[in-house]
Write a protein that binds this ligand. Structure first.
Ligand SMILES: Nc1ncnc2c1ncn2[C@@H]1O[C@H](COP(=O)(O)OP(=O)(O)OP(=O)(O)O)[C@@H](O)[C@H]1O
Length: 225
């Protein structure tokens, strides 16, 4: 299989655990390059556990999972940071460093991932901020931004190293509906430019208005529609 046609995520007979406790059994699905996929299910149904397994925060016990070229059932601890660079991660709670500007928050991540030329760092920061519609926010401090703006910076941060997929766990969960709409539009724009998206959400209105494939966690299984 050529690299371009290989799925970004492929799970086969994967069992998802929290500690010793099984959460999801026999999970099988693929996500291809550039796809948009929703992950739904009631509170406690296992959405976060599944996403954590995909970025190797939870260990995959049984079955196989390949994510961005890494086989999670064989992954070495030292490879986990490299896996996470290939999959941008966006959580519900914005975790920007509160003591530094937007620009410095982003530069911090770039430097930590090996970027050392200031001109390239500045260019990349300008690009990702433009991509999320915050082209003039470089110098602002996190507390000077609204919740929606902070979430945009978090998305920009996840995009810095040009991931093949963005994994988002309830990215609009803490936002007003109107602001949530703006955020989903940011994800759609990013998706239109070629990055795959896997988004856990409780917002069924998004699915009606912006239809895409849906994975549903229910009764210990994942079903695909
Ligand atoms: N850190 C943990 N330790 C032990 N059990 C956990 C942990 N986190 C979650 N669980 C349990 O695993 C199951 C799945 O939880 P998970 O958080 O994956 O569900 P979820 O679908 O993401 O829920 P929500 O919509 O509330 O985020 C639940 O029974 C939960 O109680």
């Amino acid at each position: 299989m050529t690299e371009s046609s290989e799925p970004i995520i492929a799970l086969e007979q994967a069992d998802i655990y929290q500690g010793d406790r099984p959460v999801l059994n026999d999970v099988n699905f693929e996500i291809k390059k550039g796809e948009f996929v929703y992950l739904i299910g009631r509170t406690g149904s296992g959405k976060s556990s599944l996403l954590k397994t995909l970025y190797a925060d939870l260990w995959l016990h049984t079955g196989s999972a390949k994510v961005a070229g890494y086989e999670l059932h064989h992954i070495k601890r030292a490879d986990i940071p490299f896996l996470r660079r290939k999959i941008g991660i966006v959580f519900q709670d914005f975790q920007l460093l509160s003591d530094r500007s937007v620009e410095d928050n982003l530069a911090f991540v770039l430097r930590a991932t090996g970027w050392d030329q200031q001109a390239k760092i500045s260019k990349r920061i300008a690009e990702v901020l433009m991509q999320v519609g915050l082209g003039t926010a470089h110098k602002r401090m996190p507390h000077q931004l609204s919740g929606g703006e902070q979430q945009r910076v978090v998305i920009a941060r996840a995009m810095l190293n040009e991931p093949k997929i963005l994994i988002a766990d309830e990215p609009t969960g803490n936002l007003d509906p109107e602001v949530g709409d703006q955020i989903i539009n940011v994800f759609r724009t990013i998706n239109n430019a070629g990055t795959a998206i896997l988004m856990a959400t409780h917002n069924h209105d998004f699915i009606k208005r912006f239809p895409a494939r849906v994975l549903k966690c229910e009764n210990g299984s994942v079903t695909i529609s």
